[in-house]
Design a protein around this ligand. Sequence first.
Ligand code: FAD
Length: 492
Amino acid sequence: MTTKNNSKKSIDEYKVIYRKKELSEKKKKEILKKLCDILGSENVSDKEIDKISYSKDYWPIALRWMLEGKIPALPDYIVWPENTKHISDVIKLANEEEIPIIPFGEGSGVMGGAIPIKGGIVVDMKKMNKTLEINKKNLTITVQTGINGMNLERTLNKEGYTFGHNPQSLYCSTLGGWLACRAAGQFSTKYGKIDDMVISLEAVLPQGEIIRSKNVPKSSTGPRTDKLLLGSEGTLGIITESTLKIWPYPEKRTLQSYAFEDLKDGLESIRKILRKGIFPAVIRLYDKIETARHFYQTKKAKGKYMLILVMEGDKELVDLEERVSHEICEEHGGIKCGEEPVLHWFDTRFNVKEASEFAPRDVIFDTIEVSVNWDKSVELYNSMIFSMKNIEGVILASAHASHFYPQGVCFYFTFGGTPVKNIAPNDLYKSVWNAAMRSCIDAGGSISHHHGIGIMRASWIEKELGQSFEVLKRIKKTLDPKNIMNPGKMGL
Ligand SMILES: Cc1cc2nc3c(=O)[nH]c(=O)nc-3n(C[C@H](O)[C@H](O)[C@H](O)COP(=O)(O)OP(=O)(O)OC[C@H]3O[C@@H](n4cnc5c(N)ncnc54)[C@H](O)[C@@H]3O)c2cc1C
């Protein structure tokens, strides 16, 4: 970063949003030396450039702060562990020194979860990216959690298998981040969400203890403590290794699309398909606004709700699933639109340039994913769209449904707007989020389907979890009495 006269600006000249208590120079040097002793100096940094790089994740508010020349938060050190012992030793040191640990995958989280708001040691997991075993008989893969998503999928594809977890952030996120946020991929209706795919895991708890669950398909040996780590967003430990389910690479894939007059008809078709025991890999139902935005080339879909379906797997089963789904969609008035819209979706599914294009123009833009049962689904859709549109400055509120269960659905809302009456963009942004969260809870939904809580949703978690939030706080206090693991996240 440079000023107008091209002289370098030091970090101290920038406004740091979450200003933390500084360590003394003596302490800084002492901890640096101890970290180098544990990890080797090549795996430790306290350089300014690295601190700035690890000062944010993909939370849109943090992105805007950066554009305004503000730094969200600075860590004191960044470390790149190469094994589980490194992590355990670093966590023990952090306990002794009472400084925070912030696990870091690839920083694609959109809730601010990886921002080091109280400084401390960012533990970047990227060097822990090894595939330890592909067991073709058991249909499992065992990997270290720093592995990049696309590399994991490619490793399996080469062997004739798939993991089936394809989030839109596939190229820029890690297995550890997925597990820590309970992520969902685009093919989730068939293959499950990341939490469904886990067989066992290894993790380092907040005082440095290492736990490892058994690699067996199921056991009945008390509550599963390892599962506490799923969705814990780095607040209860660092997940270091996992054994996960895999699938043979699909023999056949079919693409179908239908346009519906009404949201209800589209949802009803999907519900009926799932009731038959058919789980298409991809199901996406777009409202009118999103149909117009994504499928403007499909004339038959004009002014309608577009549904796309991808079936994949064994040829005979896929043929049957395609035929039955077709019958159900036609029964509900679906107009067949062919393969073209699905091919278009495949071509554009990793296209995410909007957020970075709009922010510099003072246009706010974000997405909100929630889940709800079938019997409340239409009501929730309508009330969330209404509540967002009702905020002055909001120009657009739309949604598609993209993850499905026999019991219900995940809606993925998009909103955009420009601030009016001197309201700061981030304040408009927060107002829309609060309106959306309130109406989601009122309509009986869950405030997050797969992005997690981080900072953005922290003020809503108590309302969402009720008494269970008290339990979570007690667990956190017991496991992490010095509150060193990713402090200030998830409302903890
Ligand atoms: C363009 C875009 C598209 C996206 N699409 C999807 C999508 O389709 N589906 C979806 O679910 N999400 C999606 N996301 C959100 C994001 O990719 C996920 O939340 C992902 O799980 C974060 O992974 P990461 O490795 O980047 O984690 P980070 O952002 O680095 O970290 C996220 C959180 O997990 C913690 N963490 C990271 N690694 C570990 C570990 N090993 N142990 C313990 N805690 C850890 C961090 O401390 C932080 O709290 C998208 C994001 C972007 C920017």
